[in-house]
Design a protein around this ligand. Structure first.
Ligand code: ZN
Length: 89
């Protein structure tokens, strides 16, 4: 079935809501598997950044979100060789 304009519009609005929700609540999306972790296990300040640490229950790795002025700047994920930097979306 071809997707209607309204369908696409609704979808984009839905995505925007998720984005807004993310800004307010701070949902962390795992860069490895895409699992959304609702609450950070730890939060702290690192220079000008606000750091949120999440534990992904699906791949059992941690990842840290670095926020600069309220916007997600980059993500660090745990790998066997140490933390790896992932650019923010
Ligand atoms: Zn994961």
């Amino acid at each position: 079935m071809k997707e209607s304009f309204l369908g696409i519009y609704r979808k984009s609005m839905h995505e925007r809501k998720i984005c807004m929700f993310k800004e307010v609540v701070g949902v962390g999306k795992c860069p490895c598997c895409g699992f959304e972790v609702a609450t950070p296990s730890k939060e702290w300040k690192y220079n000008a950044f606000l750091v949120k640490r999440f534990e992904c229950p699906r791949c059992e790795k941690w990842f840290r979100e670095y926020y600069y002025k309220g916007k997600l700047s980059f993500i660090l994920i745990a790998t066997e060789k140490g933390p790896r930097k992932v650019e923010g979306q």
